[in-house]
Design a protein around this ligand. Structure first.
Ligand SMILES: CC(C)(COP(=O)(O)OP(=O)(O)OC[C@H]1O[C@@H](n2cnc3c(N)ncnc32)[C@H](O)[C@@H]1OP(=O)(O)O)[C@@H](O)C(=O)NCCC(=O)NCCS
Length: 330
């Protein structure tokens, strides 16, 4: 099969207006601004108001990304939504979003937790590259506040809500395009970061509610150690496979879970701080939303320009690990 080059034709993001600051959390659980800042780098997160769901955040991002691509929703023939917090278990948020914006074609949700965006981008890319679809809408969106236990200080300080959308289109020969990806999963890490109830293993019951099993549970240190190691390993392997040195990169855009995880990977690639995007101070960990939010901020700050060589990287629950090398095309 002849694969055609694929480019990013539009990018947009959306976060809800409500803010949850470290000072707010100090009033809710036994924590401090100093602890949160020092251990994670997070200052505040955006949180939805009651009744707002993942597709509500994805919709404005999707509409704006499609507009930037010079298209209308009717031109979109494939939607993939990376999310851990779909509006409903079924129908998929891809279907809900398709109906809201009036896209056509087909699509589905993809569950890869914090690697939701890197994996969704890879899936959209393959379909456009093969020629089976023309314009793919790739969304990373989560309302993490819907599954966070705000009495558990070890997790509630980490997460926020947010969404990003990218439109993928065929690239002309010579245009900057997506280059390569390298992903892996390690299911042995499952218990370290999970939501124990609400699936087929442990359906909702009075007991599961009483035991607070419909919330994120995390063994922070296990996840931290794995993330530091794998973030470095996967990005170095992708660089090597493409004969590229870390110093050749213009920008490193990692999943935003913890400042220390990102800085360790950047150090390993010999990247100066100006080549590393860190915006988790303002959003926290928005799961599938972090990478598009970081790309959008970098672009707004003039740190991401057409033809820049960019590395995306993610580690998430599963465990899932992902990395993508691309030339920025906007
Ligand atoms: C969660 C995380 C910030 C915790 O940092 P840490 O340095 O590992 O801290 P620990 O879990 O060892 O806890 C150290 C102490 O701080 C306490 N603590 C935990 N959360 C706290 C909070 N919000 N405020 C104050 N103290 C807190 C712990 O109870 C523990 O106290 P103890 O020593 O008396 O038992 C860190 O492990 C992490 O970032 N993990 C990865 C998270 C991640 O990436 N998740 C998403 C994957 S995509």
């Amino acid at each position: 099969m002849n694969l055609r080059p694929v480019k990013i034709a539009g990018l947009a993001t959306y976060v809800p207006p409500g803010l949850l600051t470290n000072a707010d959390l100090e009033k809710m659980v036994e924590t401090s601004n100093e602890w949160i800042l020092q251990r994670t780098g997070i200052r505040e997160r955006h949180i939805v108001s009651a009744g707002v769901a993942t597709s509500d955040l994805a919709e404005p991002a999707a509409r704006e990304a499609i507009r930037e691509a010079g298209l209308t929703p009717a031109d979109i023939d494939f939607i993939v939504v990376g999310t851990t917090t779909p509006d409903t278990i079924f129908p998929s948020t891809a279907c809900t979003l398709q109906a809201k914006i009036g896209a056509r074609g087909w699509g589905f949700d993809l569950g890869a937790a914090c690697s939701g965006f890197t994996y969704a981008l890879t899936v959209g890319w393959q379909f456009v590259a093969s020629g089976s679809v023309e314009h793919a809408l790739v969304v990373g969106a989560d309302v993490m506040s819907s599954i966070i236990d705000y009495t558990d200080r070890s997790t509630c300080v980490l997460f926020g809500d947010g969404a990003g959308a990218i439109v993928l289109s065929p690239a002309e020969p010579g245009e900057p395009a997506l280059i390569d990806f390298l992903h892996e999963i390690d299911g042995s890490g499952g218990p370290a970061l999970c939501m124990p109830a609400g699936g087929s293993r442990c359906p909702a019951s009075h007991e599961t509610i009483d035991q607070r099993l419909h919330y994120v549970k995390q063994d922070g240190q296990t996840v931290f150690k794995f993330a530091v190691k794998k973030n470095q390993e996967i990005t170095m392997a992708l660089l090597e496979r493409n004969g590229i040195a870390g110093s050749d990169l213009d920008l490193f855009v990692s999943h935003q879970a913890n400042r220390r995880i990102i800085e360790a990977a950047a150090q390993r690639m010999n990247l100066s701080p100006d080549k590393v995007v860190i915006n988790l101070d303002r959003y926290g960990n928005t799961t599938a939303g972090t990478i598009p939010l970081a790309l959008a901020d970098a672009r707004k700050q003039g740190r991401l320009k057409k033809n820049d060589l960019v590395m995306l990287a993610s580690v998430g629950a599963g465990f899932t690990v992902g990395s993508i090398l691309l030339r920025w095309s906007l």
